[in-house]
Design a binder for this molecule. Structure first.
Ligand code: GLN
Length: 542
């Protein structure tokens, strides 16, 4: 029997609902249950793929090629369960589906309305998960009170009624702001938020209260009284040092116990959370430190590179070091000497990116890493920039560039017009629409024996997630390899370069895919483990 847990948010956004859901998922797993997490996003975009990282943070790509919300990354990192296309739905998708049915005549004769047509579509999405896990955790994006959220709240209310209280649980995440002048945490916004939720017919059974300091028993009592919730189900969710401490902290505050209790399930007192304790200990008590420069252009919004930041931390966990991330805006290198920004750095990473702004700066960062023999990790755009740098400065092709920035005479990186996906040909052109049309999702690659990457992976057959429209042009392979830039990973048909590495360099790797998406704290990605190890070696040289 599948039980459903709905997680809503109140008061303000960015309360860490996604992390909270992921942490609860991990705690239920530790109790031996099979979990599945999904996210319902009220915005109108069909998916976040067309949004700027500044708007919505990172786009998380699943193996089956969906561009999804970054919370799915938290779910996968915390539970190890690979996220799927059908774990994320948006208002845009719901309407596309309903309007498609209307045009086909599926509802002939009916007037199409938000209730029941839109809400039914949302409920179908939730129903689809039936039988796939013991617990399905559904996070509702946005904040209670948003106009866009209403159909989703109505849908989960109906869904909860239909399956009954023994199978549905509502958790509301709120904020208790601290007011220095009063010297206390304020409960009023939480009271209002619960009241709002109740006005939609949803009574939360558990409140997860975010606060920056301990919540007193009196305050918990007050919240319980005003919000009509059992006192022990008002759970403090205090700020912690590392996100990987969240499962431990929630467990200590009784969240998973109260979930068991709400469903009338047996409460095993001694949970084995040693896996999380080990990770937290490694993060809090490192035996050394390395400094990594991330040269990108969405550097002032940490969420833009969410999975990347985490994967680097995972590399640190594996090597028992802390990883200091220095974000450098690529454009600064267009006028300044990289040395002033990159002195004392143990590793340089150019992450994924789109568009011309900052590209020349990234190329200079690559050149600096190559010439100074500093470990370099180029991811997707970062690999493309590395190849352009080598083509210009090692092969003497001064006009080498990517056609992403316009026509050029040496298209070392060019648009992909066709490729194979699971044996079927995919075709694109410059004119193809922008939504969901990149090379997306998991693709296999074959690695060259005894290459640096093959050693890092411990294998010559890999599968990694992609999200790009342009590709390194295989026609330049011979010229580049003659100068030491080895094409050490290729698509199985040998047509698409997947990995390049420099022969005469301690650690210089560019990958066309996004390895950061699959890294987990308890299963760090081999390339990040290897990169951080190289950075440690570098730090010993300085
Ligand atoms: N803009 C590049 C492309 O579309 C790289 C994309 C990326 O880094 N994810 O190919």
């Amino acid at each position: 029997m599948t039980r459903y847990i709905f997680i809503t948010g109140g008061v303000v956004s960015s309360l860490g609902k996604g992390l909270g859901s992921a942490a609860l998922g991990a705690l239920l797993q530790a109790r031996g249950y099979k979990v599945r997490l999904c996210k319902l996003d009220p915005y109108l975009n069909v998916d976040p793929g067309t949004m700027s990282p500044f708007q919505h943070g990172e786009v998380y790509v699943t193996d089956d090629g969906a561009e999804t919300d970054l919370d799915l990354g938290h779910y996968e990192r915390f539970t190890g369960v690979p996220a799927r296309r059908h774990d994320n739905i948006t208002t845009g998708q719901v309407y596309t589906e309903v309007l498609g049915k209307e045009r086909r005549g599926d509802y002939l004769g009916a007037t199409i309305q938000v209730i029941p047509h839109i809400t039914n579509e949302i409920k179908d999405f939730i129903h689809e998960k039936e039988g796939t896990a013991d617990f399905v955790l559904c996070e509702i994006g946005g904040t209670v009170g948003d106009i866009e959220s209403l159909p989703f709240l109505e849908a989960i209310r109906q869904f909860g009624n239909e399956i009954g209280t023994s199978r549905a649980l509502f958790i509301h995440v709120t904020l208790l702001p601290y007011i220095p002048a009063a010297g206390e945490l304020k409960t009023k916004p939480t009271q209002h938020s619960v009241k709002e939720l109740m006005s939609y017919g949803i009574r939360p059974q558990i409140l997860l209260c975010r606060a920056d300091r301990p919540i007193s028993q009196d305050e918990r009592k007050k919240i319980a009284l005003f919000c009509n919730i059992d006192e022990e189900k008002v759970i403090p969710a205090l700020d912690v040092k590392t996100i990987y401490e969240v499962p431990l902290s929630y467990h200590a505050e009784g969240l998973d116990c109260q979930v068991m209790n709400s469903f009338g399930l047996e409460n095993t007192p001694d949970l084995d959370l040693s896996k999380w304790e080990r990770i937290v200990r490694r993060i809090k008590e490192p035996e050394g430190a390395v400094r990594i420069a991330i040269v990108g252009k969405y550097t002032n919004l940490a969420d833009s590179y969410k999975s990347l930041n985490e994967a680097l931390i995972h590399g640190g966990i594996a090597n028992k070091v802390s990883v200091e991330l220095n974000f450098v805006e690529a454009e600064v290198f267009e006028n300044a000497d990289p040395l002033s920004y990159l002195q004392g750095i143990d590793g340089i990473l150019v992450p994924g990116g789109f568009g011309q702004r900052g590209a020349e700066g990234k190329i200079r960062a690559v050149q600096f890493a190559r010439e100074h023999k500093i470990p370099y990790f180029g991811i997707c755009f970062g690999m493309q920039m590395a190849v352009i740098e080598a083509a210009r400065n090692l092969c003497g092709l001064k006009n080498a560039n990517s056609t992403e920035f316009g026509p050029c005479s040496e298209p070392v990186v060019g648009i992909m017009t066709e490729w194979l996906k699971e044996g079927e040909k995919e075709e694109r052109s410059e004119k193809t629409g922008k939504g969901g049309t990149m090379r997306l999702g998991a693709y296999p690659a074959s690695l060259r024996e005894s290459s640096l990457v093959a050693k890092a992976y411990g294998s010559t057959d890999i599968s990694e997630r992609h999200r790009h429209r342009y590709e390194v042009n295989i026609a330049y392979r011979e010229a580049l390899e003659a100068q030491g830039l080895i094409f050490s990973g290729l698509s199985p048909d040998g047509k698409l370069p997947e990995i390049v590495e420099l022969a005469d360099h301690p650690w210089f790797i560019g990958v066309q895919f996004h390895p950061e998406l699959k890294s987990k704290p308890f299963d760090p990605h081999p390339l990040f483990v290897s990169f951080i190890r190289a950075a440690i070696e570098q730090s010993r040289l300085v």
